[in-house]
Design a binder for this molecule. Structure first.
Ligand code: UDX
Length: 419
């Protein structure tokens, strides 16, 4: 087992820390946020992730929470997991560079390993601060299944410029039994950007197919997705049509890849198109509601779901929030409910019970696919309903008051058999 440093205790840092602690490693977790460190010391994760609280508390005795880089003195590995936000469309690596400088200033000997997503050019800059090329070990964890994706990744990508660093990282992740991709740091960076951008493109693709299905009688995008997904070259994941993608990664990573490509003079035309399709969707969702109920000015609209997707409390780039901002712009009175996410947005009243959100609303939008929103068909009787996540059974809804994604007018029944 090793002594491993984690710098930055966000979704990636915390998931990496608890999983590697659970494997028996000694973890030294560094963050600048004292409040967050205090919560972690008490076994309270600052984020909602299924299984996180239990795994954190099971391993607290192997985890040192600190703000002092000197505590990393004898760490073999230093995972840098700080944010790399997008600023003016560019990857802001100031937090990574600050971590690199602090590593240098503390004269730390551990192998610097970057998990934060950043382009190849930025890796070069950071290597100058570190005085050596760091290892790139991008994460592929999805929020909501962060621990599962860390313990059982589809692959481990290790971008290293020397075999010693590569072997060390291979040893750390050997417990996953996942295939290892040996890459250069630049290749590891592009694998991350290309994977996320491809997934975002796949989502925008199925959303456009859904728009097509809405205009073809007896055509449902769910059936199309099923028929497509059984082709192993396509795969059945990320073919759920919806209100568009959000989250802290797809919007950011697609933006940075497009920038990188444009600056090199080879624009990513396909990703450009996927992003513009996605950007139009929140307004398109509000238009679908207006097609259903006419003007929404002065009307009370209940929005079920604030988080950018189910099983997380994260609202970063949440499409639900973008939809609510559009509703407010159109003069609607918006009330929102989410089982986990908190959103302080101008002009939105957040309530603690979905029944309260539904009760006095004329129109309802299902914006996040929380399990507890399934089976609401009866509770929504008499309301205008826009189901942007296709979780209600359309056959139980009155078509005069119901709209969803990707479902053409039904003019004839298809043979009803149960497979
Ligand atoms: C993503 C990548 O999946 C992950 O590998 C990377 O490490 C971080 O970014 P995340 O953003 O947590 O993970 O969520 P993800 O499950 O990928 O969903 C991203 C967005 O796409 C969400 O808004 C989700 O609602 C939307 N989505 C996803 C769809 O609309 N349809 C789908 O079929 C899948």
């Amino acid at each position: 087992m090793m002594r491993i440093g984690i710098i930055g205790m966000g979704y990636v840092g915390l998931s990496t820390a608890v999983v590697l602690a659970d494997q028996g490693n000694e973890m030294v977790c560094v963050d600048v946020d004292m409040k967050k460190l205090e919560m972690l010391k008490r076994g309270k994760p600052p984020i909602y992730e299924k299984g996180m609280e239990e795994m954190l508390n099971r391993n607290l005795n192997r985890m040192t929470m600190t703000a002092d880089y000197k505590d990393l003195a004898d760490a073999d590995i230093l995972f840098i997991c700080v944010p790399t936000p997008t600023k003016d469309g560019r990857c802001d690596t100031s937090y990574v560079k600050a971590a690199a400088k602090a590593i240098n200033d503390a004269n730390l000997k551990g192998i610097p390993v970057i998990k934060s997503t950043m382009p190849p050019t930025a890796i070069e800059d950071v290597s100058k601060v570190l005085g050596k090329m760091p290892v790139m070990n991008p994460e592929f964890l999805k929020e909501g299944t962060a621990l599962e994706d860390t313990i059982r990744p589809d692959r481990v990508v290790i971008g290293a410029d020397n075999i010693k660093d590569f072997e060390k990282l291979k040893e750390i992740w050997s417990f996953t039994n996942a295939p290892i991709i040996m890459a250069s740091p630049a290749e590891a960076s592009i694998i991350k950007y290309a994977s996320n951008s491809f997934l975002a493109t796949k989502v925008s693709f199925i959303n456009e197919i859904a728009d097509l299905c809405e205009r073809i009688p007896n055509c449902d995008v769910g059936v199309i997705a099923k028929g497509m997904g059984m082709d192993r070259r396509i795969g059945d994941k990320f073919l759920n049509a919806g209100p568009g993608y959000g989250g802290s990664c797809f919007p950011k990573d697609t933006e940075e890849l497009r920038n990188l490509a444009r600056n090199i003079g080879r624009p990513m035309n396909i990703v450009d198109a996927a992003v513009s399709t996605n950007c139009r969707r929140p307004v398109e969702m509000v238009n679908k509601l207006k097609e259903l109920m006419g003007s929404i000015r002065g009307k009370r609209i209940g929005v079920l779901g604030i988080a950018f997707k189910a099983n997380t409390d994260d609202t970063r780039e949440s499409v639900s929030i973008k939809i609510m901002e559009e509703l407010v712009k159109e003069g609607a009175i918006v009330v929102a409910y989410d089982p986990k996410a908190k959103a302080t947005i101008e002009g939105i009243n957040q309530v603690n019970m979905k029944e309260e959100c539904i009760r006095d609303s004329e129109g309802i939008i299902i914006a996040t696919e929380w399990e507890e929103f399934r089976g609401l068909e009866n509770a929504l009787e008499g309301k205008y309903v826009l189901d942007t996540r296709r979780i209600l059974n359309p056959e139980l809804m009155d078509p005069r008051y119901f709209s969803t994604i990707g479902r053409g007018k039904e003019t004839s029944k298809k043979a009803k058999t149960t497979y």
